[in-house]
Write a protein that binds this ligand. Sequence first.
Ligand SMILES: NC(=O)c1ccc[n+]([C@@H]2O[C@H](COP(=O)([O-])OP(=O)(O)OC[C@H]3O[C@@H](n4cnc5c(N)ncnc54)[C@H](O)[C@@H]3O)[C@@H](O)[C@H]2O)c1
Length: 345
Amino acid sequence: MEKIVITTSGTLSEIFVGKPWEVAAEMIPERGVAIITDENVYNIYGNRFPLFPVLKIVPGEESKRLKVIENLAEQLLDLEIDRSGFILAVGGGVVCDVAGFLASVYMRGIRCGLVSSSLLSQVDASTGGKNAVNLGEIKNVIGNFRQPEFVICDTAMLQTLPEQEYLSGLAELIKTGIIGDLSIFEIIEQNVTAINNRDSILLSDLVARSVRFKAKVVSKDEKENNLRRILNFGHTFGHAIEMHKSMKHGFAVAQGMLFATDFSLQKGFISSGVRERIINLLQRFKLLEEQYIPVNQVEQHIMHDKKRTGTDIHFIFIEGIGKPLIRTVPVSEVMDFYRQIKTGK
Ligand SMILES: NC(=O)c1ccc[n+]([C@@H]2O[C@H](COP(=O)([O-])OP(=O)(O)OC[C@H]3O[C@@H](n4cnc5c(N)ncnc54)[C@H](O)[C@@H]3O)[C@@H](O)[C@H]2O)c1
């Protein structure tokens, strides 16, 4: 078991990797707790939940809506959860985003802890204190930064994850390798079979490496003023594809990473050999499916992207595997490149 600590302006968040998720029962108060989960996770793990009221949401991205937050807040009021209350989230990235956001605004903020149950949330979503819901087709536009008290990442829970969800999480793990920790990339390259078999020891090691890397970045720049932007590698296009094609987050990010890698090559930041290595790894897990989104729709998404300032956007390139590069580029240049690779014009 490994404990990784994120320290930000006055708060301390503890992330446990390799601890059985059931220990969450010992980390929450004796009263005033509400558990938030989704129906799928509840059907598998609900009979082992601590004995507190359970609020269930519909699984999937459609639950990242303000109306769901409102409905859950009404249920908390009905349960007479007051400012001393505690929310325990058990689920993937959607549950963690929704529960984290709710905890941050209910009664101006109550305590919360997360049991992170999907690979995507273990390697990325549950670490770092970003909470958000979507507005229309724009992802994560209503949200805030607030760290949970604890996060538990038990890789045994990944055994029950559907294959496509597992692969989706793998894309974010590969992203961490590309932007910050070459060892993650190399371990994945060298252990494709063990990863496909969901080897628990290997996964615990990879999740811990990814959390350690993200914790370091978030501790330096919680509010994404500079360094934290690197975590968005592949996300400018990824979010456009995710919302337009209703694609799973990791698959959309893989497409976005392909675009960002090609853009880095076009700019002369990387060699074609580095590009090949990245594409090969994504393809080995069938993460790349050709997707076309009309140029005007991509532009519309980018204009609403949180990384945009005026007519420019902070775009995350790479200079090599493990070497991110933040550059401010005009949105028009990004769009020209998209048009060029997708239509040849
Ligand atoms: N806050 C952040 O920093 C951050 C970072 C990355 C991604 N995200 C968000 O995370 C979301 C995606 O997360 P996700 O892929 O975990 O999606 P998800 O929460 O929808 O989970 C995926 C599916 O797996 C099921 N599931 C979860 N754990 C399971 C388990 N142990 N066994 C069986 N089924 C299980 C869920 O019910 C769901 O159907 C997106 O909304 C994305 O924007 C947030």
